[in-house]
Every structure is written in C-alpha cells, then in structure tokens.
Design a protein around this ligand. Structure first.
Ligand code: NIG
Ligand code: FE
Length: 405
C-alpha cells in the first residue's frame, strides 16, 4: 500500500477553530489516514515508508465537506417562476397552480439520462471546487417509476464519474403527480409497493425521504412511506415543518430518522423527540433565503436540547438554486446567527451523521477515509466570511488528489 506524507499543514481535524494543530502532517496509506499530528512527532517508520511527500505550504486543512441534502439532478430550471415570485406570487401559490415542483417534474421526465447527467455534473463540479467530498442526491422530480429510476441512475453515475461519495435518497413522495390528482393515497401505494421495491432491487436507494407538508403529504401518508423503507432496512429522513408545523419531525424521530430537514416551524416537542432519537436537524439557509421565509428555525431550542445541527445547500431549482456550500455557511451565520464553529460542524461531522454513509465521518482521525481539503485562508472563520472568493486549494479524497485549484 502506498504511504504518502502530506506535510506543512495547519490541521483542523474536527473543523473546530478552537483546536488547530500548527505545523502538522497527515500520513495516508491507500485510501485511509494512518497517522496525523504535529510533524515533529511523526514516527520515523512512516517517514521511511513514504513513497511521496506533498508540501501543503502552511494551508489550513479541514475534513472534506459534506453536502447532506441536495436535489442535484433535475431537468430545466425555474428562472421564470422566480420572476413570478418577484411579481408577488408565493411559493405555495405557484405550486397550487401546477407550477413549482410539478414544472420541474415535466422537464425531468422529458430529459434524457445523458442530459440530466451533464446538467448535474456542472453543479457537482461547482460543489467539488469548494471542497465537497461527499454528497446526498435525492430523486423526486420523476414521480413515476421510470423517471425516478433515471434520476437515481444519474446520481450513481455522478459518483462514478467524479472522485466524490454519493449517497442516494428516494424521494418518490415529493409531490403528487398530476395523473394522481385527488388520489394521494393511491400514489403512496405506488411509492411503497411498486416504486420503492423496484428501485431497491436495482440497488439505487440508500435512504428514503418524504415531503411532509400541506402541499406535500400528510403524517399518515409519510408514516406509510417510512414503514415501507423499514421493510427494506433503509434509513429515513424528512422534509419537515418547512412551511407549517405538522409534527413530521416527531414522526421522523419515532422512525430513528437520520435527519429532519428545513424545520423553520419546528416546536419544542419535536426538538426533544429528535434529541432522543439522535436525529440530526438539517438547516437549509439557501431555501429560507430564496423563498424569503421570515420564520427562523428554532436555533435556541436545538442548542438547549443538544440536537446536532447540519447545514446543506438543498440545491434545487425551486427553492435553493445554489451550488455553493460555502455561501450557505455565510447565510447560516448571518441569517440564523449561528457561530463559525457551529456552521463548520454543520458541514462536517453533523452532516456526515445525517448522510449515514459508512465511508464518511466528517472528521480526520486515524482509520478514517482520507478526505480532506487544504484551504487558502488564514483563519477558519474566512470560510464563512468571504463569499465568492475561491479558497479551496486542494482536495484529497480517499487518499488521492481529487481537485486542485
Ligand atoms: O427542499 N420542500 C420541498 N422540496 C424542495 C423544493 C423543491 C422544489 O421546489 O423544486 C426543498 O425546498
Ligand atoms: Fe429539499
């Protein structure tokens, strides 16, 4: 196995500004971290075994970033709808008029697998250029078996085309397709009894998500989807309490969900349930910003009860058309008043927990996969402070260079 030294780093193994290790090195063997710490303590055996040495030039090194909630694969875009919203229509108004998610469903059904792949690849590369080494990608713009399959196949293909870990999530219960108008329960039958089993059989599903909302699915329907996931031993997650409080987060906790996401309208009972279940709160400042939400997620309750908080792009054409996870750090600080330490944990350890992928820990410790980023910054706060400025110098994923500025 190749032994490689990565020397001259300022190491932030937990992306924590309080614990920076100066003049540090990382030793990788194959895809794993074999050692890390202050260079003067580097064991001689590793020095002798090394077949390559890379000087990181004093760069700050953090774990690779994890984007744990994205809808990266979709056809078309919704710039026209954005213009309508600017003229006064609300997100819910547009959805009720057959726009919104359903307009992306039309475009996604029409697109070929290759077209979806090429469009998503550009978005993926934008995220990679900011140090993202693991990402979740949801289906949910197909709402029929063939198109959901097409989306998930594209997600898998993205993970083969680029050095990045992709976790797939089946979001068949994202919206009611027009052909099922007035028959939501029948559609949930299709999701649970036809779509999910077929997609699991094809090994396309790592987790299952539901949009539990007035314009999505109710609690009983959401629970049926969770039960179907459970039959296949798949972890669940939920778009919960985004536009109203339905109790989806508490339901998610009952199913030991990896995460409940959005959560602007979450109440204390839901927070407590999440804490007890170990369910991560995934906050999505891009969506909060883009739909001009005014209800803030209950940060103080999440803190008070010690619920782990992750931050993600929610990259999607309707509510968060962004491919910048670093911008989300900035927004989480400015809009949600989160601290730099909180938002950095939110895109590393806590996001990894929400992702639930065995290869992804969101931290740098011996035995973990070597996924790390060398940044052209003086302090970790700069990651959340600047927007637009390229700061990512080098990305290593599974021990190999995955991106270089
Ligand atoms: O995460 N809330 C539902 N799903 C997406 C939006 C999807 C869309 O509008 O296309 C979200 O915000
Ligand atoms: Fe989403």
């Amino acid at each position: 196995m190749e032994t490689t030294l990565w020397i001259n780093a300022r190491l932030a193994p937990h992306a924590d500004p309080a614990t920076l290790v100066e003049s540090a090195s990382i030793v990788t063997q194959g895809s794993h971290i074999a050692w890390l710490g202050p260079t003067h303590q580097l064991p001689v055996a590793f020095r002798q075994a090394a077949t390559a040495t890379h000087d990181l030039g004093g760069a700050i090194v953090t774990p690779g970033l994890v984007d744990c909630h994205t809808h990266l694969v979709y056809g078309g875009n919704r710039a026209e709808e954005f213009a309508l919203r600017l003229a006064g229509a609300s997100y819910e108004d547009i959805a009720k008029r057959g726009g919104g998610i359903i307009s992306t469903v039309r475009a996604t059904r029409e697109a070929t697998e290759d077209e979806l792949f090429q469009a998503a690849l550009r978005r993926l590369d934008a995220l990679r250029s900011e140090g993202v080494t693991a990402i979740e990608i949801k289906s949910g713009y197909g709402l029929d078996l063939d198109t959901e399959r097409k989306m998930l196949r594209v997600a898998r293909r993205l993970g083969r085309a680029r050095p990045i870990t992709v976790s797939t999530t089946f979001l068949g219960a994202h919206a009611l397709p027009p052909e099922y108008t007035g028959r939501a329960n029948d559609y949930i039958d299709l999701v649970c009894n036809t779509m999910l089993p077929a997609l699991v059989e094809e090994k396309l599903v790592d987790a299952v998500d539901v949009f539990c909302e007035g314009i999505g699915f109710d609690l009983a329907q959401s629970e049926r989807v969770f039960q179907a996931a459970q039959r296949f031993g798949l972890p669940v997650k939920m778009h919960a309490e985004q536009l109203s409080l339905l109790g989806g987060a508490a339901l998610s906790a009952r199913y030991a969900a990896l995460s409940a996401d959005h959560l602007e309208f979450l109440d204390e009972a839901g927070v407590i349930a999440m804490r007890q279940a170990g369910t991560v709160a995934v906050l999505l400042p891009g969506a909060y910003y883009f739909i001009r939400e005014t209800q803030l997620p209950p940060l103080n309750l999440l803190r008070k009860h010690g619920v782990p908080i992750a931050i993600s792009t929610d990259s999607n054409p309707g509510t968060s058309p962004t491919t910048s996870l670093l911008l989300m750090l900035n927004m989480a600080c400015t809009l949600f008043r989160m601290s730099v330490a909180e938002v950095l944990a939110g895109v590393t350890t806590n996001a990894a927990r929400a992702l639930g992928h065995p290869d992804v820990t969101g931290r740098l410790t011996v035995g973990d996969k070597a996924d790390f980023v060398a940044w052209n910054i003086e302090s970790l706060a700069e990651l959340a402070y600047f927007s637009g400025l390229p700061r990512c110098q080098l990305v290593v994923r599974h021990g190999a260079t995955a991106y270089r500025a």
